[in-house]
Write a protein that binds this ligand. Structure first.
Ligand SMILES: Cc1cc2nc3c(=O)[nH]c(=O)nc-3n(C[C@H](O)[C@H](O)[C@H](O)COP(=O)(O)OP(=O)(O)OC[C@H]3O[C@@H](n4cnc5c(N)ncnc54)[C@H](O)[C@@H]3O)c2cc1C
Ligand SMILES: *[C@@H]1O[C@H](CO)[C@@H](O)[C@H](O)[C@H]1NC(C)=O
Ligand SMILES: *[C@@H]1O[C@H](CO)[C@@H](O)[C@H](O)[C@H]1NC(C)=O
Ligand SMILES: *[C@@H]1O[C@H](CO)[C@@H](O)[C@H](O)[C@H]1NC(C)=O
Ligand SMILES: *[C@@H]1O[C@H](CO)[C@@H](O)[C@H](O)[C@H]1NC(C)=O
Ligand SMILES: *[C@@H]1O[C@H](CO)[C@@H](O)[C@H](O)[C@H]1NC(C)=O
Ligand SMILES: *[C@@H]1O[C@H](CO)[C@@H](O)[C@H](O)[C@H]1NC(C)=O
Ligand SMILES: *[C@@H]1O[C@H](CO)[C@@H](O)[C@H](O)[C@H]1NC(C)=O
Length: 512
């Protein structure tokens, strides 16, 4: 009975989160204070800075931002929030496109992990235990400098390892090593009821399965345990540009699709095709960027089938054989160091969507023409700064696709590309123009409207898209893994302490 009432209160809390009683806010403040956990509330001077999202379009107002320094304090803060009906969320690097690490709406307790930044490698097993307050730049530098090791992950040094690993983690080494979450062999997690658990294939294995693709709905991971890889010794970075009229841009995308699925493409290469506003109406700027991790002499022969079929390049090609850390800095286009000055300027104002393309169904010529048409016309007259990015996930030997779609909560493994559609405001600051939403929506629709129902596309949770309806995001992110996720959610977070706009629903919320 008491348990049922407790549930009811939490459910009620979840429904009126932006309306938390002042008394509860004061109680939260005094609980956190008594536990010695630093936290900023709305009336405090640090609150503004601490609650600024990466995406300035979404300035949600949390109840508080707490800075626990170990897993016990994380658990204490979760229980404090839950006991007062305040939904709780984690923040690692804060780069969620939908500002979900602020809750994705007003009224959440944010557990910021920036005090948990240890990186420990066991030299005998090469297993790294990494605190989730680390950013990708810290992780790459720490692993390499301590032991010459590496992980597959994305290019931006300021993205957090917490969110990135939770929802996927794609980089140019992913075709040979998998997604970041594929390297996870264990995780230390604080649950909704304050219990701290270790998870792995043999310990709390259902939860371990759910964490790798949907962690934010299940708990707060303080440490991921990774099986690391030997850092490549002579990576080749490459970057090419073509400024093309519409007809040649269409041909380029078709060639790229053929190249992407070529049986001779080794898993040691990773790349993406980026499409930008052209230099005139009716044109598109096309860019190929990536890296090759095999021996440098082999590189030319691998890319030649694509390059030799393309028109002349617009600018000097860039090809660099460097050390591992220099390669990562070239891909980032910035230094890897996560300095305060770098962090302070790291914002954008944008709207984005994604679409994963099925590896067994090539994108039709009709869809490619429709997409290119839109980019060369509306893409020319829009005020936004946009790009469309065709990231290679598949290809015949890709490690991402070698893992089955139900092996982890992350579902979309049989994809040739993950396409990202991204438009920033003209000066990367607020306000965000209405036409940015329609332009991005129309880019996606140009493809989906042209394809038959057999074109089973998905979406990438790390490019989280708050505009999707529940039916859309549940299907597009999780496919047939959703039912198992709901079941596990009902067991480990029945009352929905970790509730946010796209959290896995708990079945038990509906039977109370
Ligand atoms: C500039 C930029 C470049 C990017 N490049 C790439 C790329 O190359 N490849 C790629 O795959 N993606 C890329 N992304 C997307 C990126 O992977 C996601 O935005 C990612 O979720 C951000 O992680 P974070 O920790 O910084 O974000 P946060 O906003 O802190 O977290 C994201 C989500 O995860 C939850 N969360 C965070 N930490 C934890 C934790 N420890 N336990 C449980 N839940 C947690 C949060 O509550 C939130 O819901 C990029 C994003 C940006 C902004
Ligand atoms: C703002 O917060 C960041 C951490 O998120 C911190 O590094 C920085 O010093 C803060 N800036 C100010 C002016 O307080
Ligand atoms: C681990 O190995 C690296 C070299 O690969 C060495 O520099 C480091 O000291 C070793 N660490 C420990 C704890 O033995
Ligand atoms: C492309 O480059 C080659 C070699 O530099 C040159 O001979 C050729 O004329 C160029 N083609 C076009 C269409 O500019
Ligand atoms: C990379 O190579 C290009 C030429 O391909 C050269 O201009 C540039 O200086 C190189 N950069 C680095 C960091 O080596
Ligand atoms: C851009 O041009 C297209 C037609 O080419 C038109 O439909 C659209 O409204 C224009 N958009 C803007 C923002 O001017
Ligand atoms: C994954 O699916 C296959 C069949 O498609 C099934 O045999 C297997 O048991 C499933 N694995 C898990 C972990 O559910
Ligand atoms: C907390 O939740 C976990 C997962 O459901 C459960 O195993 C554990 O018994 C719970 N602990 C308490 C104290 O209720």
């Amino acid at each position: 009975m008491a348990a049922i009432m407790f549930r009811r209160r939490l459910l009620l809390g979840a429904l009126c989160i932006s309306n938390i009683a002042l008394g509860n806010v004061l109680s939260l403040q005094s609980i956190l204070e008594s536990e010695g956990i630093v936290a900023y509330f709305e009336d405090q001077p640090n609150y503004q800075n601490a609650s600024t999202p990466f995406n300035l379009r979404l300035p949600f107002k949390p109840v508080a931002i707490a800075y626990p320094s170990n897993v016990e304090e994380v658990a204490g803060a979760i229980v404090a929030g839950a006991s007062l009906n305040v939904p709780v969320c984690a923040r690692s690097g804060g780069h969620s496109y939908g500002a979900f690490s602020l809750g994705g709406e007003d009224g959440h307790l944010v557990i910021d992990l920036s005090m948990i930044r240890d990186i420990h490698i066991d030299n005998s097993t090469s297993v790294a235990i990494i605190g989730t307050g680390n950013r990708l730049g810290d992780v790459a530098t720490g692993l390499f400098n301590q032991a010459g090791r590496a992980l597959p992950h994305g290019t931006c040094p300021l993205v957090g390892i917490g969110g990135h690993t939770s929802y996927g983690g794609y980089g140019f080494t992913s075709r040979q090593w998998g997604l970041t979450l594929d390297a996870v062999i264990g995780a230390t997690v604080a649950l909704a009821n304050g219990t701290i658990v270790e998870t792995s294939a043999s310990q709390n294995s259902d939860l371990f399965w759910a964490l790798r693709g949907a962690a934010p709905s299940f708990g707060i991971v303080t440490h991921f345990h990774f099986q690391t890889f030997a850092a490549p010794t002579q990576p080749t970075y490459f970057n090419y540009y073509w400024s093309l009229p519409l007809d040649q841009a269409i041909t380029a995308i078709e060639l790229y699709q053929k190249f992407s699925s070529s049986p001779s493409l080794p898993k040691e290469i990773g790349f993406e095709l980026n499409l930008f506003k052209g230099s005139a109406m009716g044109e598109i700027l096309v860019n190929l960027q990536g890296s090759y991790y095999g021996s440098p002499e082999g590189y030319d022969a691998i890319v030649d089938p694509f390059l030799s079929a393309m028109p002349n390049q617009t600018s000097e090609p860039q090809v660099n054989v460097t050390s591992w850390l220099e390669n990562l800095a070239l891909l980032a286009g910035t230094p890897l160091a996560t300095t305060p000055a770098f962090l302070a300027t790291d914002h954008d104002t944008f709207y984005s969507k994604s679409l994963t393309t099925p590896s067994d169904t090539p994108m039709s010529q009709e869809a490619i023409v429709a997409l290119a048409n839109l980019m060369s016309t509306e893409g020319w007259n829009t005020s936004t700064n946009w790009f469309v990015q065709l990231e290679l996930y598949g290809g015949l030997s890709s490690q991402i696709s070698m893992t089955s779609s139900n092996a982890t909560a992350y579902f979309n493994r049989q994809s040739l590309w993950t396409i990202q559609f991204y438009a920033s405001s003209s000066d990367y600051s607020p306000p965000y123009p209405e036409e940015g939403f329609t332009f991005v929506d129309r880019l996606v629709a140009s493809i989906t409207a042209a394809e038959p129902d057999t074109f089973r596309y998905g979406a990438y949770p790390n490019y989280i898209d708050a505009s999707l309806t529940p039916h859309e995001w549940q299907t597009l992110y999780y496919g047939s893994n959703l039912d198992r996720l709901r079941k596990i959610k009902s067991e480990v977070d029945p009352t929905g302490v970790f509730t946010f706009p796209q959290s896995i629903p708990s079945d038990s919320l509906f039977v109370v």
